[in-house]
Design a protein around this ligand. Structure first.
Ligand SMILES: [Zn+2]
Length: 172
C-alpha cells in the first residue's frame, strides 16, 4: 500500500512506496527533499477513530469555562474599580463644578501667604483650592508658564513660585 502525503514545500499530493517510509526523498514535483512519513496501519486508524463522548464533553466544558472567564476579565477591565486616566478625570470634573469657580485669586492669595511665611493660613486656603483641583492645576500652569507672570506675584522669584505650587500639588 503506497504512502500518501503532501509535500511540505509545494503542497503537492505525493505517493511513495512503502520502502521510502521514514526516509527523506525528493519530491517528484518540486525536487525538494521531503520526509516520507511512516504508513498508517488500519490498527492506528481504529485506535484514534472513536472519540470518547465524555472526553468531548469535558473538552467543551473547559472551552466554555475559558470563554466565560475571558468575558469576565474583559468586562472587569471595562467597568472595573481601576478606571483609566480619562475616566478618572471625567469623574473628578463631575464631582466638583470647576467651571464657574475662579481659583486664581485663591492661588495668588496662597502664594502671598506662603511668601509671608504664614503657613497655617496658606494651608487652610490650600484646602479650598484643592476642592477645585482641575481649575487650580490650569491656573498654576498658566502662572508658571506666563513669561511676564502675574503682577501680584512679580516680587516672587519663579523658582520660589514653582516651589509653592509643588507644595500645593503634593498635599493633595
Ligand atoms: Zn514538492
Amino acid at each position: 500500500m503506497p504512502i500518501e502525503f503532501h509535500c511540505e514545500h509545494c503542497g503537492k499530493h505525493v505517493r511513495a512506496a512503502d520502502e521510502h517510509a521514514g526516509k527523506t526523498a525528493k519530491c517528484p514535483s518540486c525536487h525538494q527533499p521531503v520526509y516520507v512519513p511512516e504508513p498508517v496501519s488500519d490498527e492506528d486508524v481504529l485506535r484514534i477513530a472513536p472519540l470518547d463522548p465524555r472526553d468531548e464533553q469535558e473538552r467543551s466544558r473547559l472551552l466554555r469555562e475559558t470563554a466565560d472567564l475571558t468575558r469576565k476579565i474583559r468586562s472587569d477591565k471595562e467597568t472595573g474599580a481601576e478606571p483609566g486616566p480619562a475616566k478618572r478625570a471625567a469623574a473628578a470634573s463631575d464631582d466638583i463644578p470647576t467651571r464657574d469657580v475662579d481659583v486664581e485669586p485663591l492661588i495668588i492669595e496662597y502664594v502671598k501667604l506662603m511668601a509671608k511665611g504664614d503657613l497655617a493660613a496658606a494651608e487652610a486656603l490650600a484646602r479650598d483650592i484643592r476642592k477645585h483641583w482641575t481649575a487650580a492645576e490650569a491656573v498654576m500652569q498658566r502662572l508658571t508658564i506666563d513669561e511676564i507672570g502675574h503682577p501680584a506675584l512679580s516680587s516672587i522669584p519663579r523658582p520660589v513660585l514653582v516651589g509653592f505650587f509643588k507644595r500645593l500639588r503634593e498635599k493633595k
